[in-house]
Design a protein around this ligand. Structure first.
Ligand code: ARG
Length: 515
């Protein structure tokens, strides 16, 4: 016996050790910046033409930045592997050393230079205002932007600049292509974005109703970013020097832009400024505000979802067959397609469809988010409700009916109360899922809890602290929800209720006896 349990523990220990080793080796394989010697993993956000974009035919990346870094690689004897990621994920990825460098039309700023190192400036740029041609008379420069609706790309200098204008309503998108699309669709009044990118989009893209107005708002320099104290910094700088000297830089420049490249300083002027320190407590109120928005989003969606779900469930158990089929189709569609796709279809697809048939329709974000979440959860709730009702024994219907009860009465007094108790656990699950799924609407720029976190990371680059705080707030919300549901379950438990009544009777009769 003793021997056996010793063996058992030894075996467990051995297995755990093997598991640990596996995790460690997998981890070092996944996180080491360069798995092979001489390979440089370079992060980029490829929706920023002409600096970085998908090559025609979807084969790899192309653009000024891509050509430039390839040339740097050749010069420095390094093999370059590009890795696409969101723009606001680049600096966190550099911090965690998942990538070795980033080239992404990234402006050298003093805030960024606190967390990453920049190589010498490689491009002179600036922010421009874009408006729809029809509004050109009205918005001519920075001062005309007050109280306007402005679209920007997340984590960019354009987003920071837009925040300085008083009274503006800012709409944040994952990249500048989406922001410009929003302008062209007429949902915002202006876009603040890097001038060369906006100009290129107008010229090459489908944006014939958009124009750049006024003067450049800023003078900025793009730099290649590397993790702090990276051994590659010097190699990249030397290679850039070489490319500038030999005229290779000019060649690449003229492949993508007209005219002569600007003279580049050795250090970006922005690095001469001072910056504020990071403090999580200062950010907490914004996160809590985001949490409140999340709660409201959940409440509205569950409310409408329940109405929809009840109707669907009733339809699916009704004797009228076509109703049943329709609700089946609905449920299969909304359960069988990703919520994210549904959100996109509703927010971007529906208005454009309606516009095509001549209706001037555009969604407010909150309405779009609630619509998408309610439509989706109605499908799940319908199944929970139907399942609950159908789980009640047929005999109960018969008994109620033999007592002369009609359908509604039977449902109300006999079936539903019992079914509801059985529905509670899956309803609780659905509610908790809903709280978490609201984070998906961040993608349409709706500022709920997760989006607020993202926006903060985009300006402070403290990914770990901020996302951990966001996660804790979600955990708190789901914890409360699960407590409320177990409390409900307990309360509605007839056995417990009967016991309570019985004990109440006993005490009251013993009180009577005593008096
Ligand atoms: N220059 C701007 C910045 O650094 C925007 C860069 C966006 N780049 C991109 N690949 N999406 O903030």
């Amino acid at each position: 016996m003793k021997e056996n349990s010793l063996q058992f523990w030894l075996r467990r220990l051995g297995l755990s050790l093997i598991g640990l080793l596996l995790v460690i080796s997998l981890n070092s394989y996944l996180t080491s910046p360069s798995n092979a010697q001489g390979v440089l993993k370079v992060g980029t956000e490829p929706a920023f033409p002409p600096f970085e974009m998908q090559a025609p035919g979807g084969k790899g990346l192309t653009g000024f930045d891509i050509d430039l870094f390839q040339a740097i690689g050749e010069e420095a004897g390094l093999e370059i592997q590009f890795q696409s990621m969101p723009f606001d994920g680049l600096i966190p990825a550099l911090q965690s050393q998942t990538i070795d460098a980033a080239i992404s039309g990234m402006t050298i700023t003093a805030e960024r230079a606190q967390t990453v190192d920049f190589a010498r400036p490689y491009f002179q740029s600036g922010l421009a205002i874009a408006v729809r041609t029809e509004d050109k008379g009205e918005i001519n420069g920075f001062d005309d932007l007050e109280n306007k609706r402005i679209a920007v790309a997340i984590g960019t200098t354009g987003a920071q600049e837009a925040q300085k204008i008083s009274g503006v309503e800012i709409f944040t998108f994952d990249n500048s292509a989406l922001a410009l699309q929003e302008l062209s669709n007429g949902k915002v009044d202006a876009v603040v974005n890097d001038a060369p990118v906006t100009l290129y989009a107008i010229k090459v893209g489908n944006l014939n109703n958009v124009e750049v107005v006024g003067e450049l708002l800023t003078e900025e320099y793009y730099g290649i970013a590397l993790p702090k104290n990276s051994p590659n910094l010097e190699k990249v700088n030397n290679a850039l020097d070489e490319l500038l000297k030999t005229g290779r830089y000019r060649q690449i420049y003229q492949k993508w832009f007209a005219g002569e490249p600007a003279k580049l300083p050795l250090v970006a002027p922005a690095l001469e400024g001072e910056t504020a320190a990071f403090s999580l407590t200062r950010m907490l109120p914004t996160l809590l505000w985001g949490a409140l928005v999340t709660v409201m989003l959940t409440a509205f969606s569950v409310f409408f979802g329940t109405i929809g779900g009840t109707l669907l469930a009733t339809a699916s158990i009704s004797d009228f067959k076509p109703l049943g089929w329709l609700s089946r189709i609905y449920i299969d569609f909304f359960r069988g397609t990703p919520l994210l796709v549904q959100i996109f279809m509703i927010y971007f697809g529906l208005p454009s469809l309606l516009q095509q048939i001549g209706l001037d329709f555009s969604f407010n974000r909150f309405a779009a988010a609630v619509t998408a979440l309610s439509l989706n959860s109605a499908a799940y709730l319908a199944e929970i409700i139907r399942g609950g009702i159908q789980s009640i024994d047929q005999g109960q219907w018969e008994a109620a009916q033999s007592m002369g009860m009609g359908w509604v009465q039977t449902m109300r007094y006999v079936i539903f109360p019992q079914a509801f108790r059985r529905m509670l656990p899956p309803l609780g699950n659905e509610f908790i899922t809903m709280i978490k799924d609201t984070s998906l609407v961040a993608i349409i720029g709706f500022e709920e809890l997760f989006r607020q976190g993202q926006l903060m990371v985009a300006t402070t680059y403290r990914a770990f602290e901020i996302y951990a705080a966001v996660a804790l707030i979600y955990l708190f919300l789901t914890f409360i929800a699960s407590r409320v549901f177990s409390w409900l379950e307990n309360r509605l438990n007839p056995v417990r209720r009967a016991n309570k009544k019985a004990s109440a009777k006993v005490t009251s009769s013993s009180e009577q006896l005593a008096s």
